[in-house]
Design a protein around this ligand. Structure first.
Ligand code: PGA
Length: 343
């Protein structure tokens, strides 16, 4: 293997001695750009498409870090978007070998952003999609339209769309909130349609402050994961990314502590395992989102269950966003060294 040992590891379960176990590479990490990093006992090899394990575990498989910028309703003119995307592309060039960097502008700026990203490995994302391909759905945008616009990832079920605001605006009354009324069911419909169209959904889950204070965090988050994945096949899970976004931490400047964020990301992983199996749970990338900034990113990104970040405010400032994907690359490298020392 030509890549260093990873810091984010998946223990492929032991107890499969003898016959080779074959793992589709796409289920383990984004291998379109780089083969996964491996270590562990047993003979492991990568044939360009799949990982082969000859003797059973433990084998450690990298989850490639991802830093995605959710611009929300900002930088949506062609000029603003190409300026920001161009700056991000320039700053990301040294990091995209190790980190997936994604920017998610408002719909009207997708084309300008795609153009500004040409020649760069920064990927384009959208902030939502509808679950139908076409039809009389005023104001909606289909997954197929996004694919045609050069989009690879789509954020789904963001708390601001679920009507679960971190910082309620004075004009967001009950009636207005309903217009944003994303539910686990609509997230599921959208994720299913997005995957069918070839998009990779970034599915957001997270509890409100009231739910946290009532000790409901784990149950709420697990139910959101389960609802979002209803009917999604194991084979489709290779393209799914989750984001744990505690609602009370979004745009508020309050960050979840790294230990607690990691613990809840572990709850998400367990919910995926319960629905599928531990191989799939170990391969899905889980991001943390909620006031991640250059100065707190490193502590969050070294956590074993946290594979990256979904960044709002800080993604609008190229230097801050770069500080975060730089921290992701550093966390990856530090983990690689730790892995090498263990070996
Ligand atoms: P924030 O937003 O980084 O501004 O807190 C995160 C998000 O909503 O994805």
């Amino acid at each position: 293997m030509d890549r260093p040992l990873p810091n984010r590891v998946v223990r492929v379960p032991a107890g499969r001695p003898g016959a080779a176990c074959v793992y589709p590479a796409s289920a383990l990490c984004d291998t379109e750009r780089a083969p996964p990093a491996l270590t562990g006992a047993g003979r492991v090899w990568f044939n360009g498409a799949a990982l082969f394990l000859s003797t059973g575990g433990p084998v450690h498989v990298a989850r490639r870090p991802m830093i995605a910028g959710n611009w929300k309703m900002n930088k949506g003119t062609a000029r603003e978007a190409s300026e920001l995307a161009g700056a991000v592309a320039g700053l990301a060039a040294d990091f995209t070998a190790d980190v997936d960097v994604v920017v998610c502008p408002p719909y009207p700026a997708l084309h300008a952003t795609a153009e500004a990203l040409q020649g760069s490995a920064v990927a384009l994302g959208a902030q939502d999609c509808y679950w139908k391909s076409a039809g009389a759905y005023t104001g909606q945008v289909s997954p197929e339209m996004l694919v045609d616009s050069g989009v690879t990832y789509v954020v789904l079920g963001h708390s601001e769309r679920r009507g679960r605001f971190g910082v309620p605006e004075p004009d967001f009354t009950e009636g207005v909130l309903k217009h944003f009324g994303e539910t686990d069911h609509t997230v599921n419909l959208k994720a299913t349609a997005a995957i069918a169209a070839g998009l990779k959904p970034i599915i957001c889950v997270g509890e409100t402050l009231a739910e946290r204070e009532a000790d409901q965090t784990d149950g709420i988050v697990a139910a959101q994961v389960e609802g979002a994945l209803d009917g999604i096949s194991a084979g489709s899970m290779a393209s799914v990314v989750f984001a744990y976004e505690p609602v009370w931490a979004i745009g508020t400047g309050r960050t979840c502590s790294p230990d607690e964020a990691d613990r809840v990301c572990g709850v998400i992983r367990k919910a995926i395992e319960d629905q599928y199996n531990d191989d799939i749970a170990g391969s899905v990338r889980i991001l943390y989102g909620g006031s991640m900034k250059p100065d707190n990113a490193a502590d969050l990104l070294v956590q074993p269950h946290i594979d990256g970040g979904l960044i709002g405010g800080a993604s609008l400032k190229p230097a801050d966003f770069a500080g975060i994907f730089g921290a992701a690359a550093a966390a990856q490298a530090a983990g690689a060294q730790a892995g090498a020392a263990v070996e």
